[in-house]
Design a protein around this ligand. Structure first.
Ligand SMILES: NC(=O)c1ccc[n+]([C@@H]2O[C@H](COP(=O)([O-])OP(=O)(O)OC[C@H]3O[C@@H](n4cnc5c(N)ncnc54)[C@H](O)[C@@H]3O)[C@@H](O)[C@H]2O)c1
Length: 279
């Protein structure tokens, strides 16, 4: 899909960060939008701003972890626009905790949004995408879908799962000669609210940092703006890329993972030990 003018795009988690930037850039290209977020006020505000600029925008509260609600939402979008061309499964949350400390409630919360939300969004909209002349599913994983790090086991599990799910889907669509394609996105650190809104537990015995300092340290690695991230994603869609890496950090991690597929863990753990000593 080279051109987004008059296409219909569905974006989850559109009230903030990467989702909001995608909405702004697609609207500027004449795309019609179905925006949703669990935070109704945030998504309404993004939509109001875009409508003022002349865009056609639906704004809905949607919790992506609610399968029934996601399917009902797909029906609503179909009734409003008749067809769908782009689905950005973007909504996501973060969690900092060790495996030993982690409650099943926290683990299930993470998987229900960052993994199952992507699965529901893909499956609920796939029939509609297939009815259109061209369709594309964009699933947001992470550089933590390429490598694992301590205190991120649930996030890693969800983002590795998104990668496997999306790469398998891509091959299925190719084998069907489908009009639909898909891409898996691996952003590095993006300057958004994700760390501030995370469920952060006390992991100071691993990191040497309390929760507030952990967030601050994390945010030091947030170098790319959401606007740059959105532009890279849309460019990747135009070029029908299988894997979309965002930021020099994501490229560096990709190289590290290829060079040291298992031994990278020693590099990460050594870095973590040094940081703990400094702290
Ligand atoms: N920011 C980064 O450094 C980074 C890096 C890699 C991957 N990502 C991924 O990018 C995606 C977007 O995150 P962001 O950085 O823009 O964060 P963000 O916090 O700015 O935006 C996420 C949005 O998702 C919404 N959301 C949370 N739970 C939801 C739910 N259950 N249903 C619907 N919406 C929900 C939030 O309200 C928020 O508006 C996420 O999948 C995240 O994991 C972010």
């Amino acid at each position: 899909m080279k051109d987004f003018n008059q296409r219909v795009a569905v974006i989850t988690g559109a009230g903030s960060g990467i989702g909001r930037a995608l909405a702004q850039q697609l609207a500027a290209e004449g795309c019609r939008l179905a925006l949703s977020d669990i935070n109704q006020e945030a998504v309404e505000s993004v939509a109001a701003d875009l409508r003022n600029k002349g865009a056609q925008v639906m704004a809905d509260r949607l919790d992506v972890s609610d399968r029934e609600a996601f399917y009902a939402y797909a029906d609503k979008v179909a009734a409003e626009y008749g067809s769908v061309n782009l689905v950005f499964n973007n909504a996501g949350v973060a969690l900092g905790v060790t495996v030993e400390q982690m409650s099943y409630e926290d683990f299930e919360w993470m998987m229900s949004i960052n993994f199952w939300g992507v699965v529901y969004g893909t499956k609920a909209f796939l029939p509609l995408l297939k009815q259109a002349d061209a369709g594309h599913v964009i699933n947001i994983s992470s550089l933590f879908g390429l490598v694992a790090v301590p205190t991120q086991s649930a996030y890693n599990a969800a983002k590795f799962a998104v990668r496997g799910f999306t790469e398998s889907l891509r091959m299925e669509l190719e084998l069907e000669n489908s009009n639909v394609s898909c891409s898996c996105v691996h952003p590095g650190g993006i300057k958004t609210n994700i760390a501030r809104n995370a469920r952060m537990h006390d992991v100071s015995h691993i990191t040497g940092l309390d929760s507030e300092r952990s967030i601050n340290e994390f945010e030091k690695f947030f170098r790319t703006t959401p606007e740059q991230a959105a532009a890279t994603i849309l460019n990747g869609v135009r070029h029908n890329k299988r894997r979309i890496l965002i930021g020099s950090d994501a490229y560096a991690i990709d190289v590290l993972q290829r060079a040291l597929p298992a031994l990278y863990q020693r590099v990460v753990a050594t870095g973590q030990k040094l940081q703990r000593k400094r702290a």
